[in-house]
Write a protein that binds this ligand. Structure first.
Ligand code: FES
Length: 268
């Protein structure tokens, strides 16, 4: 039988993502769990290992409930007083906190400015000619939402995959992301695979099909906007075109995918 979580008084969510592991998170978890075991607290205090908490610069991190206290730069020595303080007094150890609800800002010693797409730049592109262009994000955390949005808002959107004929996005009937690396665009008769997750370095075939570069462009002379996907070797995987700069899905791209990087594009 599993643990009776109805008896839980406190929960410690230890980050077990890559950065926290590198920074020694396993030693922190082991120390905390050993303390709980030896102090007969195993049945009432719950510990969970999580994936990345989104604060890698403060690794190793952990979140404590109740209270939603975020801790930073943990070590095996620091965690024991923290565990004790929460269990014995329901109080955090302020010196090690990254954040608590009453604060209006984080207390990080290693804050890194978030990466934002650059504004559009005028370039003479080999394939697109003179156009305004910028790079967006190519991780699946951006590309999967992008294709879901296009599925819902396909008006005026065209997809041209390398080696395939251009097709209106209205022909896409479903967007599936159930495979490990591959998103699938389904049509009534076909399935177009797109590799969007991080792939193993040694798998050359997957590396070739993986979207590593996502460029957003505006060809002012033809009032055409679009997205170009390339692999890490600079080969074009596919292009999405929007019928104008006023296209709803293009506006979504500039707002959500490019985080308003193009606000003054219209006046260029
Ligand atoms: S890996 Fe722990 S916060 Fe990112």
């Amino acid at each position: 039988m599993g643990k009776n979580i109805a008896n839980t008084t406190h929960t410690f969510l230890f980050c077990d993502g890559g950065s926290c592991q590198k920074a020694g998170s396993e030693k922190v978890v082991r120390a905390a769990r050993a303390y709980l075991r030896n102090n007969d607290l195993w049945d009432t205090v719950h510990t969970i290992k999580t994936r990345c908490n989104g604060r890698c610069e403060d690794a190793p991190t952990c979140i404590v409930n109740p209270g939603e206290y975020w801790y930073k730069e943990l070590t095996a020595d620091k965690i024991i007083p923290i565990v004790k303080s929460h269990i014995d007094n329901n109080l955090p150890v302020e010196a090690n906190l990254l954040y608590k609800k009453e604060w209006d800002a984080l207390k990080s010693n290693r804050e890194i400015a978030p990466f934002k797409p650059k504004p559009f730049e005028l370039k003479d592109d080999k394939e697109l000619g003179e156009c305004f262009i910028t790079k967006g994000f190519s991780s699946d955390q951006y590309l999967y939402p992008l294709f879901l949005y296009l599925l819902e808002n396909p008006k005026g959107v065209t997809l041209k995959m390398a080696h395939l004929k251009a097709m209106p996005f209205t022909e896409i009937t479903a967007v599936n992301y159930a495979k490990t690396y591959t998103l699938e665009l389904e049509t009534a008769t076909d399935c177009i695979p797109l590799t969007i997750a991080g792939v193993p370095k040694e798998d050359k075939e997957l590396q070739k099909s993986k979207i590593s570069s996502t460029e957003y462009f505006y060809q002012k002379n033809v009032n055409q906007t679009g997205i170009r996907f390339k692999n890490k070797f600079g080969e074009v995987i596919g292009i999405i075109n929007f019928d104008s700069i006023d296209n709803l899905a293009w506006k979504y791209c500039t707002k959500i995918q490019l985080q308003n990087a193009s606000q003054d594009l219209i006046s260029l």
